[in-house]
Design a protein around this ligand. Structure first.
Ligand SMILES: *Cc1c(COP(=O)(O)O)cnc(C)c1O
Length: 427
């Protein structure tokens, strides 16, 4: 079917705007209201005291999370960025230690490492799953490597069996950044629960949220205690608690409030429903888009499920004869919202390119705690860089609540653009 593309002045395929994705409902309103009326909005005390572990809603939410995800301990925090910082500290990372992390992630995966004056080392990603590549992890291990930060990007677990085997062989700890994949399964277990410590974001943009917030999960009693200490003024608590190992016992206030935890209890109950919804949308996209030449739909590992925070696609732009940016503009002009090209190449951020983080003199890289010259040059992660620069395109699945009719309209817009690619040759 030939018709003039909207980008060139033709009629747009989609003229309405879609319903905003909103996981918050009446249950959360009532839960928040009850806490406000109780007058106890946070019960935490930053001292060795019965309230060191927070108030009733914090404890209830944490118990439910532990049960839901099948782990021994769940620990709430005021953001997942805080959670990542606590995780890196809790596994006992020392200044100058190297932690391997992918660049294809939200920046906090890497800055949490830097936070403890440890050195992020970037490993490339797998071209099918977009998660950290086990082979690239191996290639980046040095005598200074102490941990791996695996990111379950877009909604699918990293290859944890391979990663845990590497960790075991080299005596490394593993952290799972599962911010984008709550509810996804990896070989029968929830993503995030296979590492030494993992966890989820509860920020406004994720599958379920409490405005801001995060949940740490671990099966390790010692790590759990250290996470609780870092969350809540460790330095003031260790003595009373009788903790003698002071490694990284510099505490913060990473505490999540009672209102958020009360809402989190309702949100957790709905998680399965929301993930099912994203999976349904993805199925419909798969059916509609898999026959488009030069477009690759998402790959899901066998024995895994995908939570589809993002629906990731790859474009063969040479075959299509059109640049990604032009295609995205054409699709946007047809009324498709939620599309993005590129995603992240964290190693190319100014902080890493200029090696200026704490202070202005290159700390920690220029200090003698940094045991070797670590490169952040363009070229160290060719797969992630190629995706970023040329071939990756993602559709944000937690932006809108799309009905089947909406999905079909979006698919129609893709087909219209694909049927009329020649119109874009000179754009
Ligand atoms: C959202 C996100 C974070 C940070 O979570 P916040 O709760 O916003 O601090 C970290 N890593 C990844 C992969 C994320 O998507």
């Amino acid at each position: 079917m030939n018709s003039k593309l909207a980008l060139l002045g033709g009629p747009a395929t989609i003229t309405q705007s879609f319903k905003h994705y909103n996981p918050i409902g009446e249950e959360e309103v009532q839960a928040a209201k009850a806490v406000i009326e109780s007058g106890v909005l946070s019960q935490f005390i930053g001292a060795w005291h019965p309230d060191f572990l927070g108030g009733p809603k914090v404890k209830e939410f944490e118990a439910l999370c532990a049960q839901h995800f099948g782990v021994k301990h769940a620990i709430t925090v005021n953001s997942w960025t805080s959670g990542l910082i606590a995780a890196v500290g809790a596994i006992g990372i020392q200044p100058g230690d190297e932690v391997i992390v992918p660049p294809w992630t939200m920046c906090a995966s890497a800055t949490a490492i830097l936070h403890w004056n440890a050195i992020p080392v970037f490993a490339d990603i797998d071209p099918q799953t977009y998660c950290i590549s086990p082979a690239s992890i191996e290639a980046n291990i040095t005598p200074y490597t102490k941990a791996i930060m695996a990111v379950d990007i877009f909604g699918q677990s990293a290859d944890m069996e391979a990663i845990m085997a590497i960790a075991k062989r080299h005596g490394l700890k593993v952290i799972s950044d599962t911010a984008q994949a709550p509810g996804a399964l990896y070989k029968g277990q929830y993503a995030g629960t296979l590492a030494d410590v993992g966890g989820f974001s509860l920020n406004y943009h994720k599958h379920i949220h409490t405005g801001e917030g995060g949940i740490l999960v671990t099966n390790d009693d010692e790590i759990a205690q250290r996470l609780q200490l870092i969350r809540n003024h460790a330095e003031a608590v260790v003595q009373g608690m009788g903790v003698t190992d002071l490694t990284n016992m510099v505490g913060y206030n990473f505490r999540l409030g009672e209102i958020e935890c009360a809402m989190g209890i309702s949100q957790l109950k709905k998680l399965g429903h929301f993930v099912d919804g994203r999976q349904h949308m993805a199925q419909r996209f798969n059916q509609a888009l898999s026959n488009l030449p030069g477009l690759t739909t998402p790959y899901v590992m066998p024995d895994s499920t995908h939570a589809y925070y993002v629906y990731p696609m790859q474009l063969d732009t040479a075959r299509l004869g059109v640049k990604r940016e032009t295609l995205i503009k054409a699709l946007q002009a047809e009324g498709v919202t939620g599309l993005g090209g590129g995603y992240q190449n964290v190693h190319l951020l100014p902080m890493f390119q200029k090696k200026i983080a704490y202070g202005s003199k290159g700390f920690p890289w220029t200090s003698d705690i940094c045991q070797r010259e670590v490169s952040y040059a363009k070229g160290i992660c060719p797969v992630a860089e190629q995706f970023h620069d040329e071939s990756y395109m993602g559709f944000a699945m937690c932006l809108h609540d799309l009905s089947d009719t909406d999905m079909d309209l979006i698919a129609q817009a893709f087909h219209k653009v694909w049927n009329n690619l020649s119109q874009l040759e000179h754009v």
